[in-house]
Design a protein. Structure first.
Ligand code: GTP
Ligand code: MG
Length: 382
């Protein structure tokens, strides 16, 4: 009996040893075990944990573990995310560009300018939603300059138009101001323009740059708004302060400022519910939000109006109303990627004198870029 136990133990040790030998890949040969031996050792073998090794029809111990484990590793190993390509005006302004291309092509192919040249330039700019007033001013300046410098060629006149637009759009301070302890950046605008998404994109960028941010879910009106912001918080690594649904947005933002002050965070990005610029009570609410945001340690250093570029000139009407209700410091122009109306940038800056600071060029976390007048104009006319 004792001898039998000893034999069993030795057999078990040999089997396990062989198994690990195979696992380590030192041998490419699977050990062969006589079927007869296996028959009489079924019970014992079942007691031995073979891991994921197995026997084939011939009773050969097939070591599947090496390949399978490798396959499993391949599946489970976290994929390293490729660095996303930053969005560029050149890539994303396709629609705006093609809206103008026909007119510009015609101006160029004509050679020396005539009356039609000026009509086509006017049409191109108005189509791109530069706005009638801004278009007239731009073309007036260009016409004078072309005369003074004796420039007649259509292509050269287009270059003058580009120059004029760059001059009008450039030279603005597009930085987002800090200076509060914490600073509060308020995002306002009508429904669905991209306020929450813009906050998410800014959070992604700023957290990656090492900033400590708090997101305030000040949209207590729409049921899914806080969840949407929380998703962006999780994605970017920024802390989110939420309140009760239907609660007072001011108190959520106040709480977020308190939290940020205690945590030593630099900036609070405050979301607000979309509101129609025609609803006086909702517009008045914005003044309260601002007042309460500054009750404690915070200072509102940016109030950014988010405008959807696809709404075209209506964005201007919104901007006028919001300027009166809230002390706007800048505009974020979203959805320029899907808009043929890229020229709205000129209209906004021309009529309101408020700088377009950021531009949304898509729905992804990296699809927000600082507004660069030269790149924008070059992309629009290329
Ligand atoms: N193509 C494109 N889509 C965008 C851009 N910015 C936002 N969106 C999309 O626009 C839709 C509305 O965005 P939200 O961020 O929810 O807009 P909101 O202003 O917070 O909306 P409300 O809170 O309902 O007022 C979403 O589907 C976004 O993905 C952009 O720059 N380009
Ligand atoms: Mg929102």
């Amino acid at each position: 009996m004792e001898l039998l136990i000893v034999i069993l133990v030795v057999l078990a040790v040999l089997l396990v040893g062989g198994f690990f030998f195979l696992r380590n890949g030192r041998s490419t040969h699977a050990p062969t075990i006589e079927p007869s031996a296996l028959d009489s050792r079924d019970a014992e073998l079942e007691q031995i944990d073979l891991g994921s090794g197995d026997l084939d029809a011939d009773g050969v111990l097939v070591d599947r573990t090496v390949d399978e484990a490798a396959a499993e590793l391949d599946v489970d190993e976290p994929m390293e995310e490729p660095e996303p390509e930053p969005a560029t005006f050149r890539d994303r302004l396709g629609r705006a560009r093609s809206a103008m291309a026909g007119y510009l092509g015609s101006v160029i192919s004509r050679g020396d300018a005539n009356a039609e040249t000026w009509e086509e330039l006017e049409e191109a700019l108005v189509r791109a939603d530069v706005g009638v007033a801004a278009t007239m001013e731009i073309l007036e300046t260009v016409r004078n300059r072309a005369q003074e410098e004796n420039i007649k060629d259509g292509a050269a006149i287009i270059e003058l138009v580009k120059d004029e637009m760059k001059t009008r759009l450039g030279g603005q301070d597009i930085s987002l101001a800090e200076g509060g302890d914490p600073s509060v950046w308020l995002f306002v605008g009508v429904n669905g323009v991209g306020k929450t998404t813009t906050i998410g994109k800014i959070a992604t960028r700023e957290v990656a740059a090492g900033k400590n941010l708090v997101l305030a879910a000040g949209d207590t009106f729409r049921a899914a708004a806080a969840e949407q912001l929380t998703m962006w918080g999780d994605r970017s690594g920024a802390h989110v302060v939420r309140g009760a649904e239907g609660g007072d947005p001011s108190s959520v933002i106040f709480d977020a400022v308190e939290h940020a002050a205690a945590a030593g965070a630099d900036v609070v990005l405050a979301d607000t519910a979309g509101r129609l610029h025609t609803k006086t009570n909702l517009m008045n609410e914005l003044s309260k939000v601002r007042r309460v945001a500054e009750k404690g340690a915070g200072t509102v250093t940016e109030t950014l109006l988010v405008i959807d570029a696809t709404t075209g000139q209506n964005g201007l009407v919104q901007a006028r109303e919001f300027t009166q209700a809230a002390d706007l410091t800048g505009v974020v122009l979203t959805k320029l990627d899907g808009s043929a109306k890229g020229g709205i940038v000129v209209a906004v800056q021309n009529e309101l004198g408020i700088p377009v600071k950021l531009v949304g060029l898509g729905e992804g976390p990296h699809d927000l870029i600082p507004f660069d007048a030269d790149e924008f104009v070059d992309a629009l006319f290329s």
